[in-house]
Design a protein around this ligand. Sequence first.
Ligand code: ADP
Ligand code: ZN
Length: 298
Amino acid sequence: MAVYGAVEGGGTKFNCLVGTGPDDIRAEIRIPTTKPAETMRLVVDFFRDYESASGEKIAAIGVACFGPVDLNPESSTYGCITTTPKPFWGGAPIVAPLKAAFDVPIPFEVDVNGAALGEARWGAAQGLRNFVYYTIGTGIGAGAMVNGKMLHGLMHAEMGHQMMPSLEGADYKGLCPYHTHCLEDMATGPAIEKRWGTSAENLPPDHPAWALEADYLSLAMHNTVCMLSPERIILGGGVMNQMHLFPLIREKTLQHLGGYIQKKEILEHIDTYIVPPGLGGRAGMMGALAMAIEAAAG
Ligand code: ADP
Ligand code: ZN
């Protein structure tokens, strides 16, 4: 039986594994994100070492990487990071070092799309052809599956930068370097910390921070329902560890929709419409693995 490789490339660490599914992980490693050549050499070494120790050949390696990344296979910089403020990583090739070492398919996605694909195969979006996966963490990103395929388009959709009304006064400024009052400006973990002067983890469930956070996120849910018509919305990322946010967001989303959208999947089943990830923090890794399995199958 074939085995597959997965890489989840993040700003602080690259998680790599070999396996065939969530219940069959053969080897796993965390590599610090230092400089591209050094980090990618350790990634390649991990898979090489696995092959020589086990005698098995890895059939494909899926990569879900922090962005922005070039996802256009026709482009000369396909498989590279594009412009990032992260030192050393602007323009860094991610697919090329793997392709040079392994003559197998190396499917490539941005991290949040990878997480969405993991949820589609093994998590909270199984059997759905239209859904959206949001991550609310250091930043905010979202991946949309539309008619069974990840939405790419001109680049990849930047739902974290959808505009919000100014719930805290026109002059309030959060943390997006590009926009005032986009979702990322107002609702990331660091934005919560800036506003309340203590890290989001430390705020008790009855703190007013959470009602405001749910206000912003429920507006994003309203926009998402109206723009993409998903069959389900998954909310992951560090901030969503605050499980008490879910009922608040669900209730406020129904209020924003205002009875205009008359679908029982939303009105009667909001608890299964806006949900946490089925794979928790493993969604990205499992998505990279799912991508490898699908690529190897052709
Ligand atoms: P990243 O976005 O960097 O990949 P995370 O999704 O873990 O990583 O997001 C980190 C952010 O989430 C930080 O701003 C942190 O304060 C916040 N966070 C992490 N855990 C919690 C928690 N249990 N409650 C609230 N906020 C959290
Ligand atoms: Zn923004």
